[in-house]
Design a binder for this molecule. Sequence first.
Ligand code: HPA
Length: 278
Amino acid sequence: MSTPPVNLHLLKSALDGKEKEVVLLILGSGMSQAFDESEYEIIGTFPSLTESTDEKTVQGHPGIVALWNCDGTPILLSLGRRHLYEGIPLDQLTTLIRWAGLLGVGKLMLTNAAGGLNPRFSEGDCMLHRGYIPALLGRHRSRSFGQQLYQNFHSSPSSPVQTSTLLDKFADAASSEGVGVEEGVYAGVTGPNYETAAEIRMLRRMGADAVGMSTITEVEEGMRWGMQRLGLSLITNVLSDTRRRGVSHEEVTDVAASSRERLRKLLEIAVRVLATSE
Ligand code: HPA
């Protein structure tokens, strides 16, 4: 099993018998901006991508693991994540989830930046995941990728599903606090390219409401450990199959910055709902 990106001793003492209520919260592109550095205690950093450079992570992904106390609930924060298109083997994308699972952490909150496919969505909307499509489209190719997928297939739970009671609880809580949230199906692609017009049309026909380059393998790992899960996408751009307009990573992180307040509120609600559910 890959080396944990955290100081396990610090993590174990922070869990302190509260494993079942602890939430592992993974923050997507630009979303770490929803937190101030003074709010959390750093307990680890992502390992460098290669030994020869100190290159670490994609922009908008600080690569830090930290503890955050959210009104008494200990949260294990992953400020950023790794992606398949960085050349990371499938199983290493989920190292932190596996270590958390081993230590008894029972709740998982996944977030990401995504392109909006549903024509009702606008930039800055948040979408709760009602379902997932592992779409595996994109330009990412590596020699061992096929083999990894095959191995993953054999150890994979059936297709990713969501537990609707938890989703309903979250949607009710957000609505009673007056925070708007959309709902829909998230399609995960490999990237790193943004979608072509033909791919946008296909993803819509498949029933996807938003598309991003992460999360699917994390959902599957959470399912393996029996974790209770919620997933949320921030719609950083809306995709059109007629208007030719490129998307840039800077645009994605800028929208994340300007949606900071709403995102933060929704994260706090999600953490509360997860931490108090049986
Ligand atoms: N496509 C894929 N991933 C994304 C997008 C997109 O349009 N926006 C943010 N992440």
